[in-house]
Design a protein around this ligand. Structure first.
Ligand code: Z57
Length: 841
């Protein structure tokens, strides 16, 4: 059926096609209309939530108009598209970003004012879209913002989890997980019940010769689950581009199979099937940097890969091009190994379904994919057991074996004498049961592999992927240092700082070209400017103190130094080092004379972050932080000199409050463990300084902003192996000051003597894998240096201005341009005419 309106009837359409509001009056009209009709409320019962809902619906209308145009323009241009496959998109709130990016925030502010609301309160009503765990998911969200802002034709593909990352509550100092059901009212998604894909699981492989004498392979009689598309518009900043994030939701397939069940009276079992199907997209796995090999997780991965590829292929087929042109039309980026099955699925479709020869298909596959690695931690590298894949995806297992066979033959020809090499690089690990090494499969199936910061990209080449560098040569491996979107992480989170910068630079152009920040360097010694700069930091700290008071009941002095560590709780990130340092400081304060106390720089140590529900050590760290806080915050000897705060439920919208309020933030992972880190960039961009190890992007941040503006400490990545080796053979002594901290804990100062034993024995008895003791002295000394430096506020402020002025490199716009250039081979789409008439903030 032709779905398009006949030529001669299009006039009416054009006449009535919605244009979207542009003025304050039009905004109010649409908003009130939505409140009164869509929401069935009136001026007599319109609270802030209803005002938010109405505003969001007004902006949704506006976005979808631009979304439609963008999709038409991109289809018409008929050039290459990027597909970013990620199991996580940690988007946070959408309304403020939508208002900013379409350039109608002032209009909305005025309009809401006339309707009786403050825009800040309205914006704060929104529930975070928290479809991610941490850095990896937030990176994907920053990338979507940049790809749209730079006018790349890009689609994100992910899963529409019914439950995002859990909400964290703290009860008696313990983390408690609350489910995050976020779909009650979500104006930002468009269900596409017409865009569905049936995905098969289980079944068996039928190989036979057909009538024409051709070998045919068919995967059949499996269970079908339907994927339904939900589209989320992604507006670019100051451009007409609105890209698409397509999230798949699972539901029972409406294939004949189920009807048969209904008809034969098996109503209950059909409903049970329905439930089972919906389970696939029900919940985000709450592990960061850890893979647990659960069958449902594998189902999620295949379900999402198969649906996305089907969609991509359907779009390609509409262009009527030859298959050989596929890699010129399609670039697929794998965000970690989670979507690696997409490689196998494309090879399966090209050979089994499209009847292509193996080599021809494989050439297309490898030209299409790029793989980004985000970790070297062995516990995070995905491996799936062969029996599990055999059961769930029998045909894919055969294809993986064939990929491996071809690869190993190729390796054998290149390195005929190296038998060891073959077993080292084999996709199949010969363990019991056999395991499939997903990272190896991803490397072999991609044309480029990248790490996310310089050190990390070097490390993967010299450690976990060393053999592959020998096999493919160094050019297949590259670095793209992570970045962050300055729209959300400067302008939205810190509007006053952004405004001050704009007032000096003459425009908001720096939000599009962050390197323009370097013009701020001229104001490093400008008295008036520095005063305003410091006032803004102070105001942000006051806002933060208010949040701390409501969230924890503890009141903190905004004049104190705010020391912040917010990120997932993980032993390698070393929140334990931080809290041990806090206890060390507490013991020092207790011993001080009143005169000494007067000289001490008051400090608020702020922690935040979620522990994976099954990660017992991480939960113990949270418990310790909270117990230490209870004692110190109520100790009259200490007063304002030291407060310890655990902010519950750290998430994107809390980050937007916390980050601008920081004086010092902690990025103190054991050297060589944090692939990049991205909050380090956010903190510096907001006028905070950093205490950090020489790890991940800290190294490049230091290079950009200058060593004198970073508080570095600790052992280097290159020395970690030797230190661990020594520990293993018992050649180490725990730092004496740290032992005093342990004695203090063991004596029951923070209650529950026994509760924290594991944190201590990990260091004293089990080899201190994360080198907490080795780095403790240098950490505490560096904290003392920070106290001293902070006392000289004038110099401190200069350091922060200088640092901000040198942060241009860390925009995700730069990052996306590098991917486009060196991996995707794609150019932005020209939107020139429309762009010039677009309102800018
Ligand atoms: C995750 O958040 C990251 C890596 C992973 O392998 C998984 Br699984 C989750 C993080 C890294 O730990 C950060 O260092 C990095 O900045 C971030 O990914 C984005 O690259």
């Amino acid at each position: 059926v032709e779905s398009s309106i006949p030529e001669h009837m299009r006039e009416a359409w054009k006449k009535y096609a919605p244009k979207g509001f542009t003025t304050k009056d039009e905004f109010e009209e649409t908003t009130v209309k939505h409140i009164e009709t869509t929401l069935a409320r009136s001026l007599f019962n319109c609270d802030e939530l209803a005002a938010y809902s109405g505003t969001a619906l007004a902006f949704k209308d506006r976005l979808i108009i631009d979304w439609n145009k963008t999709q038409q323009r991109q289809t018409f241009a008929d050039q290459k598209r990027i597909y970013y496959l990620s199991l996580e998109f940690l988007m946070g709130r959408a309304l403020d970003n939508a208002m900013l990016n379409v350039g109608l925030k002032d209009v909305a502010k005025e309009g809401l004012g006339e309707l009786g609301f403050r825009i800040e309160d309205v914006v704060n009503q929104e529930h975070d879209a928290a479809l991610g765990n941490g850095g990896l998911g937030r990176l994907a969200a920053c990338f979507l913002d940049s790809m749209a802002s730079l006018n790349y034709a890009a689609w994100g593909y992910g899963l529409r989890y019914r439950y995002g990352i859990f909400k964290q509550e703290i009860e008696n100092g313990y983390q408690v997980e609350i489910p995050d059901y976020w779909l009650d009212f979500n104006p930002w998604e468009f269900p596409r019940h017409d865009v569905t894909v049936d995905v098969q699981f289980y079944g068996w492989v039928n190989k036979y010769t057909n009538d024409e004498g051709k070998q045919v392979v068919s995967w059949q009689d499996g269970e079908l689950v339907s994927a339904v598309a939900y589209d989320v518009p992604i507006p670019g900043y100051g451009t007409p581009t609105v890209n698409n994030l397509r999230l798949w939701s699972s539901k029972a397939s409406t294939g004949e199979f189920d009807f048969a069940k209904f008809n034969s009276g098996e109503y209950e079992s059909a409903v049970a099937d329905e439930q089972r199907a919906e389970t696939i997209s029900a919940v985000l796995y709450p592990n960061d940097n850890l893979e647990r090999g659960k069958e449902l997780r594998l189902k999620q991965q295949y379900f999402w890969c198969a649906a996305s590829l089907h969609d991509i292929l359907r779009r390609f087929k509409k262009t009527k091009r030859k298959w050989s042109e596929f890699p010129d039309q399609v670039a697929i980026q794998l965000n970690d190994t989670h979507p690696t099955l997409a490689i196998v699925e494309l090879q399966r479709i090209l050979t089994d379904v499209e009847g292509m020869e193996w080599n021809e298909a494989w050439d297309i596959v490898t030209k299409t994919f790029g793989y980004t690695n985000h970790t070297v931690l062995p516990e995070a590298l995905e491996k799936w057991s062969v029996p599990l894949i055999q059961h769930l995806l029998p045909r894919h297992l055969q294809i993986i074996y064939d990929i491996n066979l071809n690869f190993l033959q190729q390796v054998e020809r290149r390195f005929p004498k190296d038998r060891e090499m073959l077993s080292r690089v084999s996709i199949i690990e010969e363990s019991q049961p056999k395991m499939i090494r997903m990272a190896y499969l991803a490397i072999i199936g991609s044309h480029k592999v990248n790490g996310v910061a310089e050190l990390h990209s070097d490390l993967i080449k010299t450690t976990i992927f060393k053999d592959f560098v020998k096999i493919y040569g160094p050019d297949k491996f590259t670095n793209v240092t992570n970045g962050i979107t300055p729209r959300r992480w400067l302008h939205q989170a810190n509007p006053r700082l952004s405004e001050l910068i704009a007032s000096k630079l003459g425009s908001y152009e720096f939000l599009k070209d962050l390197t323009l920040l370097n013009k701020l360097e001229a104001f490093v010694e400008d008295k008036e400017f520095k005063k305003e700069w410091a006032e803004i930091k102070y105001a942000n700290k006051v806002r933060m103190a208010q949040h701390i008071l409501t969230a924890t009941g503890v009141s903190v002095n905004p004049k104190a130094l705010f020391d912040v560590q917010v990120k997932r709780i993980h032993e390698y990130k070393r929140q334990q080092l931080n809290i041990f340092g806090v206890i060390h400081r507490y013991l020092a304060i207790k011993k001080m004379t009143p005169e000494e106390r007067k000289k001490l720089q008051p400090r608020v140590s702020i922690f935040g972050g979620k522990a994976a529900p099954g990660y017992w050590m991480a939960k113990t760290i949270i418990h310790l932080i909270n117990k230490v806080g209870e004692v110190i915050n109520n100790d009259k000897d200490v007063g304002d000199l030291l407060k310890v705060i655990f902010v519950p439920d750290y998430n994107v919208s809390k980050a937007e409050i916390i980050i601008p309020a920081s004086d010092i933030s902690e990025h103190i992972s054991t050297a060589g463990t944090e692939a990049s880190g991205t909050s380090n960039m956010k903190f510096v961009l907001n006028g905070g300084l950093v205490i950090g190890t020489l790890d991940g992007a800290n190294i490049e941040i230091t290079r950009e902003i200058g060593e004198q503006n970073v508080f570095l400490f600790g052992n280097l990545a290159e020395d970690v192996d030797d230190l661990r080796h020594n520990h293993f053979y018992g050649n180490y002594q725990v730092n004496a000051e740290l032992l005093k901290v342990f004695d203090c804990i063991k004596s029951g100062t923070f209650g529950d003597e026994g509760a924290f034993g594991a944190l201590i024995s990990a260091i004293v008895e089990h080899g201190d894998f994360y080198l907490v003791s080795d780095d403790f002295e240098s950490y505490c000394q560096t904290q003392d240096l920070i106290d001293e430096a902070y006392k000289n506020q004038d110099e401190w402020v200069s350091k922060t201005i200088l640092s901000v002025s040198r942060m241009g490199f860390f925009t995700s716009d730069r990052c996306i341009n590098e991917y486009a250039d060196s991996i995707w081979n794609i150019e932005p789409l020209s939107v020139k005419e429309e762009n010039e008439t677009r309102a800018r903030t």
